[in-house]
Design a protein around this ligand. Structure first.
Ligand code: NAD
Length: 428
């Protein structure tokens, strides 16, 4: 696609700066101690590894991998692994901190971490991806572990990559308790210890939030319209599950371009098209539109499900929707928020909206620990209950404190973290 079809990286604010502004706003509302705010402003550990991998042509190439461990005051570090050409230390730091707040918001006994490798996975064969993944896992060594730091899939990674990480970790750390180590990663394939319902969990959680929002406002989703940016795990699952309510997908885009059809796009057939071709572009029966046209499209709901900092001031001015549900982590820059609120657009923030993934990752981890396999209904019921409860907590907190939902969700999270520090103290 033309360069103008992607937001210029130079126009995007540093995501870690954005995360710090969000922390400050929430800290003021939550009233946590300056010491806790200070601790949360930096991750506990930042690891960078450079490692060589043999390519299919026999040559060796160096790769740069990251793992940032933001906080483990509430439990082991937890968070995804990203394979993308724009991965950077500050991006991973921001993503790790949002994981801390996401787990704390749900009262899940995990902390926050994130990792990634800076490269373009599309340019590599499966065999190269396997060697890159195994070599990275080996380089991380004992810096990950089932009770210490537990990775999961994120942009550019999937269940197969998690299984390669698990297998490498198991083979490196020892044989006697091999099976006790399956839960070193979550988001695995079913046969290798994954949970039913994990793959669609983030999308399902998004739809629980939308359904709660619609119920509270007596808004009929049947016949409503939505747009989605990013059609990977999160975007495609959210689109497919939302379609069950009778809502209609009218515009969608990904790394390659944007398409629209006011009469509706079949999200299931579109997912098959993406599976075959690698992009939404060229899906039959749709017209190609530009990125600015996508952001200006009229719809009831917009689900950003691609990368962070995609909604800047220009995009906020253009958006013509009632509700934004942040499937992506950090998709909205700080300067865009007042513009959205002035226009009366509601926003369900990332740490609530896309938290279904980590909730079911926690269930996967529990199932592995107990050598159990829960059926799909059980996973889905538990997820629904937890999402609805947390949604209500955020909604009530925002109403009581008269703050926006991002501040409310972050404030609930850091109040919990603040209480843990108050009880435990800071060693020594
Ligand atoms: P994915 O790799 O499965 O899909 C990413 C999608 O974004 C793809 O469709 C890709 O083409 C698109 N994309 C990439 N660069 C783009 C660009 N410049 N412009 C437009 N589209 C672009 O990743 P995913 O797991 O679906 O993650 C998407 C977002 O959701 C990320 O922000 C991730 O951190 C967040 N998230 C994922 C999970 C999860 O369970 N996978 C959980 C919570 C949050």
């Amino acid at each position: 696609m033309a360069d103008s079809e992607q937001r210029n990286e130079k126009d995007k604010p540093n995501p870690y700066d954005v995360a710090l502004v969000q922390l400050d706003k929430a800290a003021r509302v939550a009233g946590i101690s300056p010491a806790v705010r200070e601790i949360l402003s930096q991750p506990k550990n930042e690891l960078i590894v450079n490692f060589p991998v043999r390519m299919d042509n026999g040559e060796y190439k160096m790769f740069k991998g990251y793992r940032v461990q933001h906080s483990n005051i509430l439990g082991p570090y937890k968070g995804g692994i990203r394979y993308h050409e724009q991965v950077s230390l500050d991006e991973v730091k921001a993503l790790a901190s949002w994981m801390t707040y996401k787990c704390a918001l749900h009262d899940i006994p995990f902390g926050g971490g994130k990792g990634g490798i800076k490269f373009m996975p599309r340019q590599h064969s499966q065999a190269e991806l396997e060697r890159i993944t195994r070599r990275f896992t080996h380089a991380l060594g004992a810096n990950i572990g089932p009770e210490y730091d537990i990775p999961a899939p994120d942009v550019g990674t999937n269940g197969q990559i998690m299984v390669w990480m698990m297998d490498t970790y198991m083979n490196v750390v020892g044989f006697t308790d091999k099976n006790a180590n399956r839960r070193v990663v979550t988001g695995k394939t079913l046969v290798s210890g994954g949970s039913l319902g994990r793959e669609s969990a983030t999308g399902q959680g998004i739809v629980h939030c939308i359904a709660e929002w619609a119920r509270d406002r007596r808004f009929d989703l049947n016949g409503a319209t939505y747009t989605v940016q990013g059609y990977g795990n999160v975007g495609s699952n959210a689109a497919k599950i939302l379609a069950r309510t009778g809502a209609s997908l009218v515009a969608v885009g990904d790394w390659k371009g944007y398409i629209a059809n006011a009469d509706g796009i079949n999200p299931f057939k579109l997912a098959d098209h993406v599976h075959k071709t690698g992009s939404v572009v060229g899906y039959p029966g749709t017209r190609s539109i530009t990125r600015p046209e996508f952001f200006a499209a009229t719809a009831d709901i917009f689900i950003p499900a691609a990368l962070e900092m995609e909604i800047g001031v220009e995009e906020a001015k253009a958006l013509n929707v009632k509700l934004i549900v942040e499937g992506a982590n950090g998709p909205t820059e700080t300067a865009a928020e007042p513009i959205l609120y002035d226009k009366g657009i509601a926003l369900i923030p990332d740490i609530l909206a896309n938290s279904g993934g980590v909730v079911v990752s926690y269930y996967e981890w529990l199932q592995n620990k107990r050598s159990e396999r829960w059926d799909l209904e059980e996973v889905e019921e538990r997820l629904a209950k937890r999402m609805k409860r947390t949604y209500l907590n955020v909604s009530e907190y925002a109403a009581t404190k008269k703050c926006d939902w991002r501040v409310a969700a972050m404030a609930i999270a850091i109040e919990r973290i603040g209480r843990a520090y108050a009880e435990r103290g800071i060693f020594p």
